[in-house]
Design a protein around this ligand. Structure first.
Ligand SMILES: NC(=O)c1ccc[n+]([C@@H]2O[C@H](COP(=O)([O-])OP(=O)(O)OC[C@H]3O[C@@H](n4cnc5c(N)ncnc54)[C@H](OP(=O)(O)O)[C@@H]3O)[C@@H](O)[C@H]2O)c1
Length: 271
């Protein structure tokens, strides 16, 4: 029975993973986050016996540690896949350049960076370390992180992508962390792979002001220059289907270990 542990399943792209993976009754899906709220959503929208929601917060090491005792019996002590989907992007820093943020409020910039790091980097590092004994017992041994094209320095450099600096820095750091995990665990057969889901509409600009939307539109124009075939955001369902296809395709033997790839495939554009 292939098993999947997925973080951040309460909404957005994250909810699409249990939805699609649980379609096969042989799969076991464990979602980490707010148990009460997510259980309700799963019951109403999916109601499948192969989905289990367990309480854990990436910024709370003890809650992650506690979750293992609940998860291990559900998956008979062996875990095939981790999908580290949970992520944080700040509403405050996603519309302005790093210099503007520093001028506006340096203390807030510091806090914003630390929050991005806590969730997007340190939380995932703890998650992987805590669940590594179960992964080493698994068959697939795949540890996937949702990254972002914002972490691609060549893209940001070439097209002057100035928005979401704390988020971009944290995603780039997590790409580096996955490489370090690869360096340690490749010899034991564990694949670490970071995948960008593309530009997916999960409501991140729902409450943006007109001025903030101007900044987003400017970024969209840069995206279109980078990838002329890019026209609009995709849905979580489309993104999840493409990410799952890449997860199943990727292997250590074919050179994916520690890599950072697009949902469209290895070496493909992010959008
Ligand atoms: N959407 C895009 O276009 C896009 C593009 C590139 C990369 N990504 C990446 O793809 C992933 C999913 O994106 P999304 O747009 O679906 O995000 P989203 O709608 O903002 O959802 C984020 C998820 O992460 C959870 N989360 C936040 N903080 C957490 C914590 N401390 N512990 C555990 N879970 C936490 C949230 O739970 P709550 O509901 O409880 O807050 C939610 O389930 C993220 O890693 C994001 O950076 C997205």
């Amino acid at each position: 029975m292939p098993s999947y542990l997925i973080t951040g399943v309460s909404r957005g792209i994250g909810f699409g993973f249990p939805r699609q993976i649980s379609e096969d009754p042989n799969n076991v899906v464990v979602g980490l986050r707010d148990k009460t709220a997510t259980d309700k959503k799963v019951l109403v929208e999916l109601n499948r016996p192969n989905i289990h929601i367990v309480q854990a917060d990436l910024t709370d090491y003890e809650s992650l540690k506690k979750s293992v005792d609940i998860v291990a019996p559900i998956i008979n002590g062996s875990l095939d896949h981790i999908i580290a989907n949970a992520g944080y992007i700040s509403k405050w820093s996603q519309y302005s350049g790093i210099g503007v943020l520093g001028e506006m409020d340096p203390k807030r910039l510091e806090e914003d960076m630390l929050e991005c790091f806590k969730i997007n980097v340190i939380g995932n590092i703890h998650l992987f370390n805590i669940y590594m004994p179960l992964i080493l017992e698994g068959h697939a041994k795949k540890v996937i992180t949702l990254s972002s094209g914002h972490a691609d320095n060549e893209l940001a450099r070439g097209f002057k992508l100035l928005l979401s600096a704390p988020y971009a820095v944290s995603k780039a750091a997590m790409n580096a962390a996955a490489v370090k995990f690869h360096a340690q665990y490749a010899d034991q057969g564990v694949l670490f792979l970071n995948i960008c889901p593309g530009f997916v509409d999960t409501g991140m600009y729902d409450d943006a002001t007109e001025e903030q939307m101007k900044a987003v539109t400017g970024q969209g124009a840069a995206f279109r220059k980078y990838s002329p075939s890019f026209s609009a955001t995709t849905t979580p369902e489309e993104a999840v289907a493409k990410i799952l296809a890449q997860i199943h395709l990727a292997s250590l033997e074919t050179g994916y270990g520690g890599d950072f790839i697009s949902h469209r495939g290895k070496g493909e554009k992010w959008l």
